[in-house]
Write a protein that binds this ligand. Structure first.
Ligand SMILES: NC(=O)c1ccc[n+]([C@@H]2O[C@H](COP(=O)([O-])OP(=O)(O)OC[C@H]3O[C@@H](n4cnc5c(N)ncnc54)[C@H](O)[C@@H]3O)[C@@H](O)[C@H]2O)c1
Length: 322
């Protein structure tokens, strides 16, 4: 099968590319390298089944041309990471809404199955535990830039479902919950796991935002990719939305302590008020735990990698790549 991975030079995209090639598929990557890195995919450049195209999903003629002959698209290209969204909300909104519309329209013309990378951020600051796919979303004011990412991805989901309903386009929506693993940006700008590991390996204090009691469900990259591939292979998944995450909550403080222990670090843990980082217009969800039972029932997906094991593998990669 010939597949297109937009954002395939990025963190999740490049691991997905590794898996698709290992499974025997042809893979085309379209990435503008705004965040992705050639280092993530250069080990495939000699493979005849692999093609890299540097360009933007906002370039409609290029997207149409790139899609030619593809059977399946994984649309991962996006501006990702709350700090980036807060720094430049306009770029985030345009890439994440217009880019998705361009790729969807081209997928519809080419009759390609469309797998969309959505996010747990969709649920906003909902405190429901656990979060199911049909649950309400709870967002704050539009003056809080963070919510533009959630809103853009939600509009994308509406677009994807509308193409499915109106045009019969085969689609699947995946809401990833805090994926972590090798190839995260070592500066940690956007991933708390990468930030803590980078800080300990540089001998710096670990900076916990707020009181550190906010929770997330950290999902190792192998599980994120497995859920994505299972969704692409499952015909019954058409038109469906799935939470792809590990059903275990960890506080940010616990995560900092685990990273310290695994790296045998003597770094201090310090608490930084949100206001010092993002100003007074910032909100952070207190809890995020997926109900992943739908993915288990329909796709046979269940996250397998315990947090300690995944963190050890991630630390090992960071030691070789910082
Ligand atoms: N990492 C997570 O925990 C997580 C959680 C929820 C959702 N997601 C979603 O998964 C997808 C991949 O995220 P990631 O963590 O790998 O981020 P990433 O930043 O590593 O990957 C995104 C890729 O998209 C590329 N890109 C950005 N704008 C582009 C454009 N205009 N044209 C072409 N390429 C462009 C970047 O260069 C990068 O390679 C995103 O859609 C993101 O919203 C990720």
């Amino acid at each position: 099968m010939k597949t297109l991975v937009t954002g395939g030079a990025g963190y999740i995209g490049s691991h997905l590319v590794d898996r698709l090639l290992a499974d025997g598929h042809e893979v085309v990557v379209l990435d503008d390298l705004s965040m992705g890195k050639m280092a993530n995919i250069e080990h495939h450049l000699e493979d005849r089944r692999f093609q890299f195209i540097e360009g933007s999903v906002l370039n409609q003629p290029l997207v149409r041309e790139t899609l030619h002959g593809c059977d399946l698209i994984f649309h991962l290209a996006a501006v990702v990471g709350i700090p980036y969204i807060i720094d430049d909300p306009l770029r985030g909104i345009l890439t994440n809404v217009v880019g998705t519309e361009v790729v969807l329209e081209a997928a519809d013309e080419a009759g390609c199955r469309f797998i969309f990378a959505s996010t747990s951020e969709i649920y906003g600051k909902s405190e429901k535990v656990p979060l199911s796919e049909e649950d309400d979303r709870l967002l704050g004011s539009t003056r809080v830039s963070r919510w533009s990412y959630s809103t853009a991805k939600a509009l994308d989901e509406h677009l994807v479902l509308a193409y499915h309903q109106k045009q019969g386009l085969p689609v699947v929506i995946l809401r990833y919950f805090n994926s972590y693993g090798p190839r995260l940006d070592p500066q940690g700008y956007g991933s708390v796991v990468a930030k803590f590991i980078g800080q300990t390996l540089r001998g710096e204090p670990l900076t916990v935002h707020g009181d550190g009691q906010q929770t997330r469900s950290f999902t190792y990259i192998d599980d994120t990719v497995e859920g994505t591939v299972l969704a692409a292979e499952c015909a019954e998944a058409n038109g469906e939305v799935f939470n792809i995450g590990r059903e275990e909550e960890t506080t940010i403080l616990q995560l900092a302590e685990m990273v310290k222990k695994i790296t045998a670090s003597s770094s201090q843990i310090i608490f930084v008020p949100y206001d010092d980082l993002y100003g007074s217009r910032f909100e952070d969800p207190r809890r995020r735990l997926p109900d992943a039972s739908k993915a288990e029932r329909l796709l046979g997906f269940k996250a397998q990698v315990p947090l300690t094991e995944g963190l050890k593998k991630t630390v090992a990669w960071f030691r070789g790549n910082l």
